[in-house]
Ligand binder design. Structure first.
Ligand code: GAR
Length: 227
């Protein structure tokens, strides 16, 4: 009988704009052998992004595409698409990439473009989510990973991490607790995609071939999630 074939690692292109702590968490999970993936390139919207260092240290290709060189958003996204396509990634990972993407770009990568957002979507789309959650009196906050569609922060949610808002939280303390959970959540979702357990059929998220009814909660002891 034939030996079972090991899965080829999923090729990732990661897009960042700044600190890159989610990128670092992904790279460290790969280093530890916990994520069957490899980062083929990291592309930043800002040449000075500190996060690029995590990739350089591992001799991973890094590229920067500065918005100032592309006054038209469509031109920027076309150039970005061309850069990404060179690496033929199986998955494009937005990890703190702080740009709104054009419909053409999103359609081109449909089903292989994911984002992490620091709120329990559909709550608090957009920026400044932690301050807004506290101001709204939210008791529960967190982070979501979703497939990207043309609707800003509106694509189908794959998984969420829930974080209680504590009485003495300010935006900074809450952001720090959410960020720690983001790192675990993003690695888990990428692992599911690499293993072929999570996909997108153009309408909904599939988990083990079945439409997902509610976002997965990987560290909520969900038996179906295999945790
Ligand atoms: C993360 O909190 C991520 O969820 C958020 O930016 C931060 C990037 O941190 N993304 C968004 O707000 C996208 N709308 P990092 O650079 O340390 O990974």
């Amino acid at each position: 009988m034939a030996e079972p074939q090991a899965l080829a690692p999923l090729s990732l292109v990661v897009l960042i704009s700044g600190r890159g702590s989610n990128l670092k968490a992904i790279l460290e999970a790969i280093d530890r052998g916990e994520l069957p993936a490899r980062v083929s390139a990291v592309i930043s919207s800002n040449a000075g992004a500190p996060g690029l260092e995590h990739a350089r240290r591992r001799h991973i290709d890094t590229l920067a595409l500065d918005a100032a060189d592309y006054p038209q958003r469509e031109d920027y996204d076309r150039a970005l698409q061309g850069l990404i396509d060179r690496f033929e990634p199986g998955l494009v990972v937005l990890a703190g990439f702080m740009r709104i993407l054009t419909p053409g770009f999103v359609r081109h990568f449909s089903g292989r473009l994911i984002n992490i957002h620091p709120s329990l979507l559909p709550e608090f789309r957009g920026l400044d989510t932690h301050r807004r959650a506290i101001a709204a009196g939210a008791r529960l906050h967190g982070a979501s990973v979703h497939f990207v569609t043309e609707e800003l922060d509106g694509g189908p949610v794959i998984a969420q991490a829930r974080v209680p808002v504590l009485p003495d939280d300010d935006a900074r303390t809450l952001a720090a607790r959410v960020l720690a959970r983001e790192h675990q959540l993003y690695c888990q979702v990428i692992r599911w995609i690499a293993e072929g357990r999570v996909g997108y059929d153009g309408r909904q998220v599939l988990f083990d071939g079945q439409p997902l009814q509610t976002p997965l909660q990987p560290d909520a002891r969900n038996e179906d999630a295999g945790i």
